[in-house]
Write a protein that binds this ligand. Structure first.
Ligand code: NAD
Length: 495
């Protein structure tokens, strides 16, 4: 059976489907089968895409359209995406290897809800008046005072390059396309080479809604294409979601032309479990969270900071929960955790596990490939105990289903362990004392913290990093600000 959208064999540039010389096989990570041969972008296609985006910004109608008109296009795009929900999910299951529950819940439905808030924001963003003021006329200091006022308006930045990672490809691409376009920018989108179809599908739907040519351009390819997008002087801004290492490269690549840089990077987030916490609930959160997309999630809470008095009960509970999670090919709806994206990622995760064992941490369960799965890039749920926070497995983003447990005695110690990380993307606290939990949440140096599992109005919660987890915010009430700049227009209103 052919997987939806894998027939897309050209790049989407200037409103046209453009053939390219090279293609790249795209693999289903659960079966290692080739699901399609995607077009592989290169220097010349990136050049054409930047040119198209530049023309569409400088000469096209897009930035001059009213916010209402732009919102109309994006609403129609949203409606098409909703119509294609099952096809998009089927693609993600095959292209990412993500379980069906997580695919529908977090990869597809959640971002489709979130982007509606961006549409609302774009419509409510009105110029703000500058208060009327009097001032001395510098050319006639003794004469009558000047009376002046003005307005502060938000304008698009220009041509945006959106460069994204593989783990939540539809969500990450959506989170570039909607705010960038609603704010009046034009975009060149470059997805991960592992997940090209989750980007190219947007070309098909953009065409269906008649999006003006050049407003959205999609170029596939690897680091060379990404490097070109982040160095080219015709690009005004890079919005990047990916690893810390590539974020550092992008910042330096973008520096020569002083582009605006928006970075959503990795994490090593701590889950603090206090002595008064419900161990079963905390264990479910720890292991359930860890297995989302096989641990390939930026904000997953993979460092369990657990009070010494309950540490062994927590570990036993976590191990029991881990043993109940069905791992396998996510085309089976009962599978709860799929594979890692490629053999290279599986080997990287295995390296962390092996070195973790060598460094003296206790391997509680997992530690390798699940015995019943010889094909596909699978890694078992792996839990470590007796971990010190200075160990590599406690400091590095493993990006696999590996959780480490570190003991603590006092709340101060728990906070200091949680904050002893160069990352600061997310955090969590489990406690029966909500007031203490809130105080601790405030003291965790991270862009978000889940207290007792969180809940509430997620589309209105911004996400983003402290420290080396990034610069800027995605989602939330000020989402569109990332993709706009302020202009003050000052005028006289009397003499
Ligand atoms: P990656 O950094 O390896 O690749 C991301 C993108 O950057 C890809 O499209 C890649 O081709 C491109 N790229 C690589 N080198 C480049 C260069 N020199 N210049 C420009 N572009 C270049 O990331 P990945 O492995 O695909 O994704 C996983 C990472 O993304 C993890 O670290 C994860 O934490 C992070 N992530 C962060 C968030 C967030 O919101 N903070 C969300 C999802 C993923």
């Amino acid at each position: 059976m052919s997987i939806p959208f894998t027939q897309l064999d050209k790049l989407y540039i200037a409103g046209q489907w453009v053939a390219v010389r090279d293609t790249e096989a795209v693999l289903n990570p659960a079966t290692e089968a080739v699901i399609g041969h995607a077009p592989l972008g290169d220097h010349s296609s990136a050049d054409a895409a930047i040119d198209a985006a530049r023309q569409a910004f400088d000469r096209g109608p897009w930035p001059q359209l009213s916010t209402f008109e732009r919102a109309g296009y994006l609403r129609r795009l949203h409606a098409e995406l909703v119509t294609e929900r099952d096809a998009i999910a089927a693609l993600i299951i095959a292209e990412v290897g993500c379980s069906q529950g997580v695919t529908y819940g977090m990869q597809v439905d959640m971002p489709l809800r979130h982007v509606l808030t961006a549409i609302d924001q774009s419509l409510s963003d009105q110029p703000r008046p500058i208060a009327t003021q009097t001032a001395v006329n510098p050319f006639n200091p003794g004469g009558p005072l000047l009376l002046g006022s003005g307005s502060i308006e938000r304008e698009p930045i220009g041509v945006v390059a959106g460069i994204t990672g593989y783990n939540f490809p539809f969500l990450l691409n959506l989170a570039k396309i909607f705010p960038a376009l609603l704010a009046g920018n034009t975009l060149v989108l470059k997805p991960s080479p592992f997940t090209p179809y989750s980007a190219l599908l947007f070309g098909q739907l953009a065409e269906r809604i008649g999006l003006p040519a050049g407003v959205l351009n999609i170029v596939t390819g690897g680091p060379q294409v990404g490097a070109m997008l982040s160095t080219d002087p015709r690009v005004d801004m890079v919005s990047f979601t990916g690893s810390e290492a590539v974020g550092i490269s992008i910042m330096s690549q973008a520096s020569a032309t002083l582009k605006r840089v928006h970075l959503e990077l990795g994490g090593k987030s701590a889950l603090i479990v206090r002595a008064d916490a419900d161990i079963q609930t905390a264990g479910m959160a720890a292991v359930g969270g860890l297995t989302v997309n096989a641990g390939q999630g930026c904000a997953l809470l993979t460092r369990f900071v657990v009070h010494e008095s309950i540490r062994s009960a927590f570990i036993q509970t976590a191990q029991a929960i881990a043993s109940q999670i069905k791992i396998g090919d996510p085309s089976d709806p009962t599978v709860m955790m799929g594979p890692l994206i490629r053999e290279s990622q599986r080997a990287k995760v295995q390296g962390f596990i092996d070195r973790g064992r060598d460094s003296g941490a206790t391997l509680v369960c997992g530690g390798g490939r699940p015995a019943h799965l010889s094909q596909g890039y699978f890694s078992d749920i792996t839990l470590f105990d007796d971990v010190r926070n200075d160990m590599e497995i406690a400091q590095e983003e493993i990006f696999g289903p590996v959780g480490v447990t570190i003991g603590f005695d006092t709340d101060e110690e728990a906070l200091s362990i949680a904050n002893d990380s160069r990352f600061g993307l997310n955090g969590g606290v489990y406690t029966a004392d909500a007031a203490v939990g809130l105080d601790m949440a405030r003291r965790i140096r991270a862009g978000s913290v889940y207290l007792n599992g969180g809940g509430g109005q997620m589309p209105y919660a911004p996400i983003g990093g402290y420290k080396r987890s990034g610069i800027g915010r995605e989602f939330g009430p000020d989402w569109l600000k990332e993709f706009t700049q302020e202009k003050s227009i000052i005028y006289p209103i009397g003499r």
